[in-house]
Design a protein around this ligand. Structure first.
Ligand code: AMP
Length: 295
C-alpha cells in the first residue's frame, strides 16, 4: 500500500526485505518507533532520523504487551490516515504498520526482561510494561534493521531500558536521544494529552513548572532530595494533580540519590502525575555544575 510517497508495510518479511535492499546499496537506515497518534514530538524525532540517515522508517504499532489489564490499550488514540499525512509532509521512506497477529502469532513465547532498570519509577506501578517495551523494540530492530534508532527523552526510563538492552545484547544500533518537545506553555507533548479536559489541560502545566522550580531550588542550595520531593509534591497537588511519584535519581541507574551533587554530575528529576484518569510523565536533567568533574 502506498499513501502518497510513503510505502506502508504490514508484513515483517516485507519490511526486512526492503531494509536489506537499502543496506545492500550502502544506505544508512533510521527507525523511529511510535504508537501513532503522531504529534510534533514524534515528528521532531523523524526529522532527526532524516538528518542522520539516508532512509527513514517509522513504525506505528500500539503494542498490547506493554499495557496492563486496567490500562488504556483499547481506547489509545489511533489515526493512521492523519499520521500518514503528517509523515508525508516530512518525507519518510516507509511506515511499518503491523497488526498484533503479525507481531505475536499463535505460539509466540519469548520474553525480553531487564533485571534492574524496570524496578524503578513507572515500573513499580506498570508491572511488565518494560518487558513489553523491550520485547517489541527488539522485534522492531530485527524487522526494520536500523543503523540508528531515535527515542524521545520524555520517556526517560524507556530510553534507558533500550540503551541498556542494546549494550547488554551487543546490538549494532546507535540509539539517539531526542530532547523533550513541549507545548508553548511547557506541557510535554503526548498522545495522551487529548484525554485531558480543558481544566485539567490548564492545570497540567504545573508539571513542567515544578520541574523547572525544582532545578531552581537545587541551584539555590537545596541538596536534600527529600526536601525537593516534598516541596514539588505539594506544588503539584495544590494544582489538582495526583502525584504517583516524583523522584530525584541517578540518570544512568535510576537509583534514588541520597544527596544531590554528591554521587553524579547530573541528576534526573522525574515524575508521573494523574489528572483524573489521565497519567502524564515528564522529567528534567539537571547538571550539577558544582559537583567535582571527572578529570
Ligand atoms: P509513543 O508513540 O508515545 O510510544 O512515543 C514514540 C516515541 O516518541 C518515543 O521515543 C517517545 O519518547 C517519543 N516522544 C513522545 N512524546 C515526545 C515528546 N513530547 N518529546 C520528545 N519525544 C517524544
Amino acid at each position: 500500500m502506498d499513501a502518497g510517497d510513503i510505502t506502508v508495510i504490514r508484513q515483517a518479511a516485507g519490511m526486512q526485505a526492503l531494509s536489506r535492499g537499502w543496506h545492500s546499496e550502502g544506505l544508512a537506515v533510521g527507525l523511529v518507533p511510535t504508537m501513532g497518534a503522531l504529534h510534533k514530538g514524534h515528528l521532531d524525532l523523524v526529522v532527526e532520523a532524516r538528518r542522520q540517515c539516508d532512509r527513514v522508517v517509522v513504525s506505528i504499532f500500539v503494542n498490547p504487551t506493554q499495557f496492563g489489564p486496567s490500562e488504556d490499550f483499547s481506547r489509545y488514540p489511533r489515526d493512521l490516515e492523519g499520521d500518514l499525512a503528517k509523515l508525508a509532509d516530512i518525507g519518510v521512506d516507509a511506515v511499518f504498520f503491523p497488526n498484533p497477529g503479525e507481531m505475536y502469532p499463535s505460539g509466540f513465547q519469548t520474553r525480553v526482561e531487564l533485571t534492574r532498570l524496570p524496578a524503578h519509577l513507572c515500573g513499580l506501578t506498570r508491572l511488565n510494561h518494560f518487558a513489553g517495551v523491550a520485547q517489541v523494540v527488539l522485534k522492531l530492530f530485527n524487522i526494520c534493521k536500523p543503523d540508528v534508532a531515535v527515542f524521545g527523552q520524555k520517556d526517560f526510563q524507556q530510553v534507558r531500558v533500550i540503551e541498556q538492552m542494546v549494550a547488554d545484547l551487543n546490538l549494532d544500533i546507535r540509539i539517539v536521544r531526542h530532547p523533550i518537545v513541549r507545548e508553548p506553555d511547557g506541557l510535554a507533548m503526548s498522545s495522551r494529552n487529548v484525554y485531558l479536559t480543558r481544566e485539567q489541560r490548564e492545570a497540567a502545566t504545573v508539571i513542567n513548572r515544578t520541574l523547572v522550580d525544582s532545578e531552581a531550588w537545587i541551584r539555590e542550595g537545596e541538596h536534600q532530595p527529600a526536601a525537593i520531593v516534598k516541596r514539588a509534591g505539594q506544588q503539584i497537588r495544590e494544582a489538582g494533580g495526583e502525584v504517583e511519584y516524583f523522584n530525584v535519581c541517578d540518570p544512568v541507574t535510576l537509583d534514588d540519590l541520597n544527596r544531590i551533587g554528591a554521587e553524579s554530575t547530573q541528576v534526573l528529576l522525574v515524575t508521573a502525575v494523574r489528572f483524573g484518569a489521565t497519567r502524564l510523565i515528564d522529567n528534567r536533567l539537571v547538571d550539577c555544575v558544582w559537583a567535582p568533574q571527572p578529570m
